[in-house]
Design a protein around this ligand. Structure first.
Ligand SMILES: NC(=O)N[C@@H](CC(=O)O)C(=O)O
Ligand SMILES: [Zn+2]
Ligand SMILES: [Zn+2]
Length: 448
């Protein structure tokens, strides 16, 4: 018999406190029945003051394996994901080799299954080698054991409108979705940061908002024309929010994501020339941050996705122009959403469950994740302490890379436990390959 957990006095979605029993991989009982049915062997978890959420689902994670195991592996990245409260991640396709065949996506899916920290759903590339020329084997990836439903050339934009049209048409056949990294390449050649007052003052080449907005506008019209669904990656500007709002008002089947860093940070961070703040799309202005927060609160933006983009030191500890784009995010996402949206009164915990679990699961067609907190449902769960405060120390995180933009910042909230089909992957805030914290204290041994 598998381990049973009795979660005492937890608050589902921040509501009234109840007991919840996890047994045989499912939520076995809620309320008075839970303690009655628990039996003597159940492990009790004191949940007073804790919020119970469905396990978080990330639609946009870079796990880097195969090819850049110096930055992250499926094992280290999925362990980081569990520590961040996730029970499923979508592994982006910009690996080496590219995830553009059934063979490579199955390899990543298998690595995820064997690691056992979260469910890994590989994203398939739209074009062969992300080169934007020839459509990849979308159908073969969809029909593989990895059951790919999300397709993206992320890191690059599918800028050829004919290729984008074909991808949108083709993915309809297997209920897939194209997830577009919206960046007009000619308008962003050489770009280093957001084009605006700060870029002009500090002398870095700018990436104008219109380079994102022009592609989103084109793509929603293409999606309408062919009757396909479209997902917009890491939307970052006020204008992009306006376009999505307009597209939804016309009934276009589009969804959009915002990252935690675009909900919190602005281009002012670039003034110190610290490449930890170099990211694609770039950090924008305070007005853009306000617009994406408002768009997330009113449902125009559907989800938060981390765009966890680990990079090794040598790709970040260099001058700004030479550094790689990207920041880690799996282990701070929930805290940033709490600070930006919950603690500001703009969203409830039920909204958090929607934007970080049920809707990303629905977009990715992940059937057994993001489910309601009800008896009989799979026990994919996250237990959060909203009253906790912690200072971000990247070297103490599960991810193998240290490029967190929140280094040294105090953030609210902490993941106390994560359950994957009733099995604790994290308990008392510790990964369950390291229950007493000794491996973590000794360095990175736990991840290799
Ligand atoms: N976000 C980033 O700045 N970088 C991502 C690629 C991407 O998401 O576009 C990466 O793979 O490093
Ligand atoms: Zn991208
Ligand atoms: Zn990305």
């Amino acid at each position: 018999m598998s381990t049973r957990y009795l979660l005492r006095a937890v608050a589902p979605l921040g509501g009234d406190a109840v007991d919840v029993l996890l047994a045989d991989g499912v939520i076995a009982a809620i309320g008075a029945d839970a303690s009655a049915e628990a039996g003597p062997d159940a492990i009790e978890v004191d949940g007073a003051g804790l919020v119970l959420l469905p396990g978080l689902v990330d639609l946009h994670t870079h796990l880097r394996e195969p090819g850049r195991e110096d930055a992250e592996t499926v094992l280290s990245g999925t362990r980081a994901a569990a520590l961040g409260g996730f029970t499923a991640v979508h592994a982006m396709a910009n690996t080496t080799p590219t995830q553009d065949t059934a063979g490579v996506v199955e390899q990543v899916w298998r690595l995820g299954r064997d690691a056992g920290w979260v469910d890994v759903r590989p994203v398939g590339a739209v074009s062969v080698g992300l080169e934007g020329e020839q459509l990849a084997e979308l159908g073969a990836m969809a029909g593989s054991a990895a059951r790919v439903r999300v397709f993206s050339d992320d890191g690059k934009c599918v800028h050829d409108p004919v290729l984008m049209r074909r991808a949108l048409e083709y993915t309809k056949a297997f209920d897939g979705v194209v997830s577009q990294h919206s960046q007009e390449p000619r308008l962003t050649a050489g770009a280093q940061m957001h084009e605006g007052v700060v870029s002009a003052e500090i002398g870095l080449a700018g990436w104008p908002a219109v380079a994102e907005e022009a592609i989103i506008a084109r793509d929603v019209l293409l999606a309408e024309h062919v009757g396909a669904r479209l997902h917009v990656c890491h939307l970052s500007t006020a204008g992009s929010v306006e376009i999505i709002r307009w597209a939804k008002s016309r009934g276009i089947d589009v969804t959009a994501e915002v990252t935690p860093h675009h909900l919190m940070l602005t281009d002012e961070e670039a003034r110190g020339y610290d490449p930890v703040f170099k990211v694609n799309p770039p950090l924008r202005t305070a007005a853009d941050v306000e617009a994406v927060r408002a768009g997330l609160a009113d449902g125009t933006i559907d989800i938060v996705a981390t765009d966890h983009a680990p990079h090794p030191r040598e790709d970040k500890d260099c001058e700004w122009a030479a550094a790689a784009f990207g920041m880690t995010g799996l282990e701070t996402a929930l805290s940033v959403v709490q600070e930006a949206m919950v603690d500001t009164g703009r969203m409830t915990w039920a909204d958090v469950a929607r934007v970080l679990s049920s809707t990303p699961a629905a977009i990715g067609r992940v059937e057994d994740q993001g489910r309601p907190l009800a008896v009989g449902e799979p026990a994919n769960l996250t237990l959060v302490d909203p009253a906790a405060r912690r200072t971000v120390v990247p070297e103490e995180q599960g991810t193998a890379s240290a490029n967190s933009p929140f280094r040294g910042r105090q953030l609210p909230g902490a993941v106390v436990a994560t359950f994957l089909r009733g099995r604790a992957t994290v308990l008392d805030g510790r990964p369950q390959d390291d229950p007493d914290g000794s491996l973590r204290a000794a360095g990175r041994e736990a991840t290799v």
